[in-house]
Ligand binder design. Structure first.
Ligand code: KG4
Ligand code: ZN
Length: 341
């Protein structure tokens, strides 16, 4: 049986967690910086790394206390090595090195995207993964369709050419004067709106052979949202709450339509046994519902507390990496860009 300490500081959450055997969460502490960044309407990288430095030790101490364990009781320290903000990743990686070195434990550098996939092992009663499976990874930094053929075996089918889905939610949220982060705010506003009010563009992105690709693009949609706001409020006046709700619903519909349709087509093309959605945007209910409706095969989505960044998923992924024999040396560096495949 393994007990692994996970550490996550790739973006704006400082998190630590202890997970047993890659599936049972013994403790899970997340200190969010949302309030800190809300005043800027987005993540301010220098402030993020400073906040990680201030918070990481109390977060690790708390997670060990809550698990009722000391470092000596653990098998390894797993830490997010990338992708993410360089200055933020460095904090977690250095703390993990210090703890592992001090306690004589192995150090494991973990890919944040892979960790999001392993968040689905932490669901109570979760069965083992059935391969091949298709993962739609949607967060503030990523939008990827990945084929997983075994533990540690990935093929990237496509990804965003510009903004990530969550980033588009955040930017359009700001445009609509909704509180940061935009994703949950837009979802909430959209409940009162008409998804057919504005016919926003969908980027289907056909390849040279005319076949649709598994890539995504959200920048045209963002520009269309800006134009719609200007049309409705030409003098910069604030939008009525109904107009805001209609724009939010129509924007969300356009994003969900493209994400769910491409996921369905990839699931069919590769005849996968399961479909996963993970990452912050997987918290979106209309997205979950639409994918469930279209893919017609077993679908897993994480509970809300595991959708957004956390360290339990890093520890769960660390379990598989540890079992596969991964051991990193003390020169482990951060990888701000690190594709999964
Ligand atoms: O995975 P995550 O916590 O951090 C990254 O790795 O980026 O994802 C955060 C992103 C933000 O862009 C946020 O707006 C989005 O996830 N998000 C949502 C929802 N909840 C969070 N987007 C749409 N609907 C939601 N309910
Ligand atoms: Zn993430």
């Amino acid at each position: 049986m393994t007990r692994i300490l996970g550490i996550e500081t790739s973006c704006d959450e400082t998190a630590a967690s202890v997970v047993e055997e890659g599936r049972l969460i013994l403790s899970n502490v997340v200190a969010s910086q949302v309030d800190l960044h809300a005043q800027y309407g987005g993540i301010f990288p220098e402030l993020a790394s400073r906040a990680h430095i201030e918070t990481i030790h109390p977060v690790v101490t708390k997670t060990l206390d809550e698990a009722g364990l000391a470092l000596d009781d653990l098998d390894a320290v797993a830490v997010t090595r990338g992708p993410g903000l360089a200055g933020s990743l460095v904090v977690g990686v250095n703390v993990a090195k210090g703890l592992a070195l001090g306690a004589g434990l192995p150090l494991l550098g973990i890919n944040h995207l892979e960790a999001h996939i392993y968040s689905l092992r932490l669901v109570e009663g979760a069965e083992d993964f059935e391969f091949p499976l298709l993962a739609l990874l949607v967060s503030g930094g990523h939008t990827e369709l990945v084929l997983m053929t075994g533990h540690g075996e990935y093929q990237r089918l496509g990804g965003t050419l510009d903004d990530a889905a969550g980033e588009a939610f955040d930017k359009v949220g700001r445009l609509l004067n909704l509180p940061y982060p935009g994703g949950p705010s837009i979802e909430k506003a959209a409940r009162e709106g008409d998804p057919a009010a504005v016919d926003f563009p969908r980027a289907w992105l056909p390849g040279d052979d005319g076949e649709e690709t598994y890539d995504f693009s959200f920048s045209g949609l963002k520009t269309a949202a800006l134009r719609a706001v200007r049309r409705l409020a030409p003098d910069g006046e604030s939008l009525s709450s109904q107009a805001t709700a209609d724009l939010a619903a129509s924007f969300q519909e356009a994003v969900v339509d493209v994400l769910a349709t491409k996921t369905m087509r990839a699931a069919e093309a590769f005849d996968v046994r399961e479909v996963f959605i993970a990452g912050g945007v997987s918290a979106n209910t209309p997205l979950r519902e639409r994918v469930a409706e279209l893919v017609r095969r077993p679908l897993r989505v994480p509970p809300l507390f595991l959708c957004t960044d956390n360290a339990a998923m890093v520890a769960a992924c660390g379990h598989f990496r540890y079992r596969a024999g991964q051991r990193d040396d003390w020169a482990l560096d951060v990888r701000p860009t690190w594709p999964l495949a």
